[in-house]
Write a protein that binds this ligand. Sequence first.
Ligand code: RB5
Length: 159
Amino acid sequence: MINYCKNVTIVTRKENKYMTTDIFIGSDHGGYKLKNEIIKHLDDLNYKVQDMGCYTEEACDYPAIAKKVVNEVLETGKKGILVCGTGIGMSIAANRFSGIRASHCTDTFTARMTRMHNNSNILCLGERITGIGLALDIVDIWLKTEFEGGRHLKRINML
Ligand code: RB5
């Protein structure tokens, strides 16, 4: 942010992107359809979602997409969602980066607990594993559940 004079603040494009994006999302071809359902759902709920690819169903490499979302999450401190066929490749790829706590969830209990205890900052889902209805519930619970802190913060700092 640049302050040219007392009453005028210019917001640079990059800062503006970070202020208006709530969630960064990405998928490979195996997660493309579920990702689009999630984007529609979050849009209906008035979240601002930035799609980091892929943008067609053509085969692509999940580590490359994971890295794009990871970079945004690490730079902005916002949350990310990654979808592939199983959710496993995306979680392996994302968890290779320091500061990322990516959680592969297939039920709402783990979605809640991974926010409360692990302060999960990336949710991974598998389009070939989890149906749309359950996946959207997982997303909702994961997004609205707060980190408990306390003893869990100490443990996260040991990672
Ligand atoms: C793509 O076929 C598939 O391997 C990928 O989406 C993912 O499931 C990898 O873990």
